[in-house]
Design a protein around this ligand. Sequence first.
Ligand code: PLP
Length: 354
Amino acid sequence: MKIHNFSAGPCILPQSVLLKASEAVMDLDNSGLSLIEISHRSKAFVDIMENARALALELLGLEGKGYKALFLQGGASTQFLMVALNLLEKRAGYLNSGTWADKAIKEAKIYDDIYEVGSSKDANYNYIPKGYDIPSDYDYFHCTSNNTIFGTQIKTFPNSPIPMVCDMSSDIFSRTLDFSKFDLIYAGAQKNMGPAGATLVVIKEDILGKVSRKIPSMMDYKKHIASGSMFNTPPVFAVYTSMLTLEWLKGLGGISAIEKENEKKARLMYSEIDLNPLFKGFATKEDRSSMNATFTLENENLKETFETMLKEAGINGLNGHRSVGGYRASMYNALPLDSVKVLVEVMSELESKA
Ligand SMILES: *Cc1c(COP(=O)(O)O)cnc(C)c1O
């Protein structure tokens, strides 16, 4: 049976990417060697790394604009502290729009003072704070573009007077944005790009080198840039598979092409949530994420029936995060519109049974 994979992360990847990646594990480009048993200093792998880095900048429209792309390890969670170590001298402003943003704040606080420019913690993060000011004498402003757990997404980014840092883990490459508004973007690969193990970091080089502290080598963006993202052994499989996904995306027509698909999926999903009286959306309408739709089933008595129906339809990964409850449909780039159609059919069938 075909499984419709709505998992929040790690999550669905294009079938063609999985096939190519699995072939490369056995034999990389007819070399007679596995991708994961060759030296990361071999020409074959250096080419893969360079291609992945170049594709990331190309798709984001940041080529030739002073940016560098890196594939690092330690997940987005390591970026919470790396950002602070490399950029925080006196004070930074953070937008507290969800659990991940809150964690980023906690890590940065280890190093220096953090000011929350806005927070939606009071309403269990069901909206994006707006109308806040970003002090111009701070070191940087940090925000989270898509709140994976709560299903909210920043639609309009502020014009920041200071470097803008953004955790785009769960919506990078999903929608067109003026990415040159950002000075540092990071994203764990496992939500829209590849397997867990690699983190994409895109940095405008001229924001670095301004803090007075000593930075340990592995935490130092400058060292990673100087070594071409090969300061130590990179996560070769995760980088290769990410490269394949970026090639797949480019082949489809890039971010603007996938954005149209993502909009169709989100429209279909949210119209069912709004029209079906059995379900209720969690996030404030204007801030709804096109990647993660969070909703609850109003009548607890129907829970078992609904979950049996989901299982029978081959729907996987729909459980909400424990801090929200209910359900979460994650509709990342690789999720076909057909999978959303199947889910919506199950939801409307439940309505006709109730
Ligand atoms: C999943 C996620 C993280 C955590 O990523 P790790 O790679 O597991 O550290 C951070 N931020 C956002 C927005 C996420 O969705």
